[in-house]
Ligand binder design. Structure first.
Ligand SMILES: *Cc1c(COP(=O)(O)O)cnc(C)c1O
Length: 412
């Protein structure tokens, strides 16, 4: 029999070297990032410094979540009440929520069955009224950043990259999150680096970082503890609201030692994904979309489309996987799924987005953490294929074509 199915929700242990620092913090009780004097770098300041260096950017600001990073990015860009902000229709509910939190109006853009932004719809909706664009690289799938940046630069619209799930991804050799004016990352437990909760905002723009730091809660002269020589701090003093979205030292101490593990996790995550993708793509009924040319992914989950499935068959498939212990879900068939745009009733009128809807009701989602080994991956893939065989027996695939047309690269 196949190897038993591991829980795909378990995280990796926190590296041992984090324990000594956490122990020190517990002894001293020094958990607030701004308690220590200016000349003593706190765990949060050290994390920001190391993160900025790794990403090759000038500035990083540690926060309590990626949602806070997106919210502060919009505020720092000067988004005003009722300003329209473009976001993909396939993303986590946190993204339209951050837009609303900043006072903006989310405008949803169609996403294709390769999980990437539909460029024709994007261009059509990028009107002169659009105040900012948030590109969510949902589940680490990178949209065509060359095309997006060309359109946005031409029209002078600033781009925020929601790279919550893309830490370690490359686009044309450039780190995802460093292409737009701002990049936002998450350290929530289901992302590549596990801080329980946490976020990071990065940018090279000194005006933007000065505003973001103050608004994150650097009240009075606490901005001096960021060690940045930026005149704008003094200009913004007392002019901006203080939202208090800071990260605390305990979280930073848990996150920082994981950064040196990132390369290993990314390499293994990609290997795991590609291993399972190759097995699933052998079936004409399943399709794992090919990465775009120029994209080197850093996945910790897998998404695949059910080809020529009725809704009833899709539900049977999910149930059959579940009964084998493999928690596959279909984004748009799962009650109240926070990644299905029609469940975002808080944004007001839900637009008609037939492409994204069609994708969501047949797109499967499964976590595939970096720590899984080949035998575990084989067992997962085998159980998915066995479940599939109950709903779509192999012999009945004959009249459906070879499936090759579904596996063509999405960009030549
Ligand atoms: C997780 C996630 C977020 C939200 O991150 P938090 O740190 O939980 O606020 C936003 N966007 C995407 C694409 C995500 O995957």
């Amino acid at each position: 029999m196949s190897k038993s199915i591991p829980s795909v929700f378990d995280a990796e242990p926190i590296p041992d070297c984090a324990r000594a620092e956490v122990e020190e913090l517990l002894k001293s009780g020094d958990l607030f990032r701004y308690t220590a004097p200016t000349d003593q770098p706190t765990p949060v300041a050290r994390l920001e410094h190391e993160f900025a260096k790794r990403m090759g950017v000038k500035y990083a600001l540690a926060l309590n979540s990626c949602s806070s990073a997106i919210f502060l990015s919009l505020r720092a860009l000067g988004v005003k009440p009722n300003d329209p902000v473009l976001i993909p229709a396939f993303t986590f509910a946190a993204v339209p929520s951050a837009v609303i939190h900043a006072g903006g109006k989310p405008i949803l853009v169609e996403v294709g069955d390769n999980y990437r932004i539909d460029l024709a719809d994007f261009e059509a909706k990028l009107t002169p009224q659009i105040a900012a664009v948030v590109i969510s690289h949902m589940r680490g799938h990178t949209s065509d950043m060359d095309a997006i940046m060309a359109l946005c630069n031409m029209r002078g619209v600033p781009v925020i990259e929601d790279a919550a799930h893309s830490l370690g991804t490359l686009w044309q050799g450039q780190k995802i999150g460093t292409i737009g004016k701002l990049g936002c990352f998450s350290f929530q437990s289901y992302k590549m680096v596990n801080g329980g909760e946490g976020g990071m905002l990065i940018t090279n723009d000194e005006d933007v970082i000065a505003q973001a730091i103050i608004m994150s809660g650097a009240y009075e002269h606490n901005w001096q503890k960021h060690g940045l020589n930026i005149n704008a701090f003094a200009e913004y003093q007392n002019t901006l609201p203080l939202f208090n979205l800071r990260m605390n030292n305990l979280t930073a101490a848990i996150i920082r030692p994981q950064l040196s593990e990132l390369e290993r996790r990314v390499t293994r995550g990609r290997r795991n994904h590609d291993h399972v993708a190759a097995l699933l793509n052998k079936s004409p009924w399943l399709q794992v979309p090919t990465p775009l040319a120029g994209e080197v992914r850093a996945p910790d989950s897998i998404q695949f489309n059910l080809i020529d499935f009725s809704e009833a068959e899709a539900r049977q498939f999910v149930a059959a996987c579940g009964s084998k212990g493999v928690p596959v879900s279909v984004f748009g068939l799962n009650t109240d799924n926070a990644r299905a745009f029609w469940n975002w009733k808080f944004i007001g009128n839900i637009p008609d987005l037939p492409k994204t809807r069609a994708m969501l009701v047949r797109a499967c989602d499964l976590r595939l953490p970096a720590r899984l080994d080949t035998a575990e991956l084989d067992a997962i893939a085998q159980d998915i294929l066995t479940a599939l065989n109950k709903i779509k027996p192999a012999h009945s695939s004959f009249h459906k074509g070879s499936g090759a047309e579904h596996n063509r690269p999405v960009r030549p």
